[in-house]
Design a protein around this ligand. Structure first.
Ligand code: SAM
Length: 226
């Protein structure tokens, strides 16, 4: 398991830096809610660290831990914010944190290890999970042969967390992004489609100046059972 490549991280950072996923970052902050000063928040599969940096920045005494299995991600997240530390680790092999040591855990488009999240979350701490809906990037999937969102994902997520967590909040965030051909190229280059096709695609260059593309994600908030 090596995770995302440096090229994928660069594309993702450029896309996030342009603000296209800003409403998702705002929803993640809403779902996490307020946490006590001096507390820590972990992001699993943090990638660029974009979502973690935005919640840590809004809470002046908090610290963040960005965990990712990919070296280019860990390097990038180490620079994302002065109060974010970066850890290179495979979430499936356990989280290198003490029991009850964090007040929040974020998992955005990334794998999650429910038992380990329950172990590291402090009592009452929140676990925020963001998954794409079937409509996410829908306008690009067929024309550009991109990897489809698995329609069974929601059911599998609920199964993975059942017994360990209860869902206490849920929001579908859906909006249209006006994307240039360059931004569409970044979308292709930053996701799983980058693994199996060239991003130097004449169909992207032939797109109009702006293509409206749907962003659609499910933001769920969980707390650990008893
Ligand atoms: C689709 S990216 C999302 C990154 C980030 N959350 C975001 O939305 O910008 C998934 C991330 O999970 C990481 N990842 C994949 N498997 C992992 C694992 N077993 N442990 C930790 N990180 C993992 C990848 O390297 C990648 O950075």
């Amino acid at each position: 398991m090596t995770g995302d490549t440096a090229d994928m991280l660069d594309a993702r950072a450029a896309f996030q830096g342009a603000g296209h996923f800003g409403p998702i970052a705002e929803a993640v902050a809403r779902a996490l809610g307020s946490f006590s000063p001096d507390s820590a928040v972990l992001e699993i599969g943090a990638g660029t660290g974009y979502y973690l940096a935005s919640v840590i920045d809004a809470s002046p005494d908090s610290v963040g831990v960005a965990l990712d299995v990919a070296k280019p991600a860990a390097r990038r997240a180490a620079r994302v914010h002065p109060r974010v530390a970066s850890v290179l680790a495979d979430a499936w092999r356990g989280l290198p944190l003490r029991d009850s040591s964090v007040e929040g855990v974020l998992c955005v488009f990334a794998p999650r290890n429910a038992a380990e999240v329950a172990r590291v979350l402090a009592p009452g701490g929140r676990f925020v999970v963001v998954t794409p809906t079937e409509r996410h990037l829908g306008e690009l999937i067929e024309p550009l042969d991109m990897v489809r969102v698995d329609p069974d994902k929601d059911r599998r997520l609920a199964e993975q967390l059942a017994g360990t967590f209860s869902r206490v909040g849920h929001e579908v965030v859906e909006y249209s992004m006006p994307l240039s051909p360059d931004a569409v190229g970044q979308v292709v280059a930053m996701g799983p489609s980058a693994f199996h096709r060239s991003t130097d695609d004449p169909r992207i260059a032939a797109l109009p100046a702006i293509t409206p593309v749907t962003a659609s994600v499910d933001v769920s908030t969980y707390v650990a059972n008893g």
